[in-house]
Design a protein around this ligand. Structure first.
Ligand code: PEP
Ligand code: MG
Length: 552
């Protein structure tokens, strides 16, 4: 959050980076994950048994809390999450932890909280000194369980989002408790990135109306889901969905997507003790392919590092992770993981149309390395008699400046390009995509970005391969018209944006886009481009000014 402006006793505005459109109004639920402070003191001999009983009761209470959480899990999320909770329940039954704490109370005459804290410290030291990375990480499970028992000993309420019984805005991590605890109600305007704390009556009324209009607009837009994605003069484009979880596939199709343009596979590595096995991955891919059938699914190999982390792969502590051992670089280093994923993707390709997408490619040599490994994996599957699509399309993400500069050479190596504009903007303009202090410099309409996008589309066209785009840019309707003019034949986006893009295209003549593109490629600054684009939107769509975003 940046730039806070306090306008009155009420209506405390703060601005941040808009991440997801929509308006939410609700009471604040602060998810306080702060460490429990421990009160430590010496006890008399006659208090020992009482403290031990207190400790045992806190352990039993922790078990009950975890069983309660298990009961709230939906059937679909059960297997993975049960595993995590089962691990914690096992720790709660661990005699080492229980006996050590009780002995500490007895031998050192320390109260239960103090004794448990000391025992946890010892455990932490032991785990920190373990060489095996995986086992070392397990120390954090014990800490979590320890925190739970400590909270119970302190009589603190364990917060859970399941306790919510009304519409609430969950605030976690970034705002300090002091900022938020005294707040009653908050408005989050995801379209503008504005958060208003303690809104006054008038502001609340205005936003309730705005929220209602937004909902009505979304409902109207839904009518466009079924319509073809084409311009007034019949120029077609494929609109696909970016998804992060299998559960989103059905909704994507419902929202009018004709396939998955980007399946981020990082989800499979989250909330697990170990990286997913080949079969685990294959089963997830199968689920998605079946839901999307007969449309294609574009599966991107693991893209972690930079701003993306998963619990079970320990990344190096790097000074500059955005430029470090991330994404495809990590896959090429950790080949065992990469080969498992390629096997799973290839096996899935026998079940329906699948495309393989390699992220964060920065040069031709990297593509050669990936293809050599892919060929070896294919040979392995053939020798095992396992079916896969021999002609599987292999594409690369274009999201580094070097890939843009080498687009003509890269185009000869692969079957399709998919531009990751989120990263491309960050790396071309040297603006960390998650840093609110430089968010004003993150400009999709920067002339350097427009030229880069245009150059990639040209290279793809010359080589006769499809140019796709799967960054957020694709979901801004007017940008989609420009991308179409550049020659992008497939736009992939969060599926909630599909109907809005269809709506604009249905009212747009592709010649208007060609002219606009020619003009903006001559401009020198993002402001000039933005002004011209806004003027065109006003000119072509005067009736749309008060409707939704249309992006500018
Ligand atoms: C991108 O960089 O534009 C992209 C689609 O990939 P991600 O957002 O997952 O990095
Ligand atoms: Mg990216």
């Amino acid at each position: 959050m940046t730039n806070s402006v306090k306008t009155s006793q009420e209506n405390f505005y703060r601005y941040g980076v808009a991440a997801s459109p929509g308006i939410s109004i609700g009471e604040v639920f602060l998810l306080d994950r702060q460490r429990v402070s421990v009160v430590e003191y010496i006890i008399a001999e006659n208090e020992v048994e009482q403290q031990i009983e207190k400790f045992e009761a806190a352990v039993e209470q922790a078990k009950q809390q975890l069983h309660d959480v298990q009961k709230t899990l939906s059937l679909t999320s059960r297997s993975e999450h049960f595993y995590i909770i089962d691990t914690q329940l096992l720790i709660l039954g661990d005699q080492m932890l229980l006996d050590s704490t009780k002995s500490f109370i007895r031998d050192n005459h320390l109260n239960a909280q103090g004794a448990l804290k000391r025992v946890l410290e010892k455990f932490r030291q032991t785990f920190d000194s373990i060489e095996d990375e995986y086992l070392r990480e397990r120390g954090s499970d014990i800490e979590l369980v320890g925190e739970r028992i400590l909270r119970n000993l302190r009589g603190k309420i364990q917060q859970s989002v399941h306790d919510l019984d009304r519409k609430s805005v969950i605030v976690a991590h970034d705002l300090s408790p002091a900022d938020t605890l005294q707040l009653d109600k908050v408005i989050v305007d995801g379209c503008s990135g504005c958060v208003i704390f303690n809104p006054c009556h008038d502001t609340l009324t205005t936003y309730r109306e705005k929220q209602q209009r937004y909902q009505q607009y979304q409902e109207q837009l839904h009518e466009y889901c079924e319509l073809p994605a084409q311009t007034l003069d019949g120029k077609k484009v494929k609109l696909k969905a970016n998804i992060e979880f299998p559960e989103e596939a059905e909704l994507a199709i419902h929202n009018g997507a004709t396939g998955i343009g980007l399946l981020r596979t990082e989800f499979m590595y989250m909330a697990r003790q170990q990286p997913p096995s080949e079969d685990d991955q294959f089963n997830e891919y199968r689920r998605i392919i079946q839901q999307v059938d007969p449309h294609p699914v574009t599966i991107r190999t693991l893209d972690i590092g930079g701003d993306k982390f998963v619990a079970n792969i320990c990344l190096n502590d790097e000074a500059n992770p955005a430029m470090g051992l991330r994404s495809i670089r990590l896959s090429l280093r950790e080949q065992k993981l990469f080969r498992i994923q390629l096997r799973a993707i290839l096996r899935a390709s026998a079940l329906g149309p699948v495309r393989l997408l390699l992220p964060m490619i920065s040069g031709v040599a990297e593509v050669h390395s990936c293809k050599a490994i892919l060929n070896e994996v294919m040979a392995e599957l053939r020798s095992e008699g396992i079916a896969f699509d021999e002609k599987i399309a292999v594409g690369i993400m274009i999201e580094t400046p070097s890939a843009v500069l080498l687009a003509d050479l890269l185009a000869k190596e692969v079957d399709f390009f998919s531009v990751g504009s989120n990263d491309l903007i960050q790396y071309c303009l040297v603006v960390d995509r998650g840093n609110e202090h430089v968010a004003y410099l993150y400009e999709p309409l920067h002339p350097a970005i427009l030229r880069a996008l245009n150059c990639v589309a040209r290279a793809a066209q010359d080589a006769g391969i499809p140019a796709c785009i799967c960054g957020e840019m694709a979901s801004e309707p007017i940008f989609s018209a420009l991308l179409l003019a550049m020659g992008y034949s497939e736009l992939s986006m969060n599926s909630s944006g599909i109907s809005q893009v269809k709506k604009l295209l249905q009212q747009w003549h592709s010649e208007n886009g060609d002219q606009l593109l020619e003009q903006i490629l001559q401009l020198a600054t993002a402001t000039e481009v933005s002004e011209l684009v806004s003027a065109k939107v006003k000119y072509y769509f005067p009736h749309l000014q008060n409707e939704g975003s249309f992006g500018i």
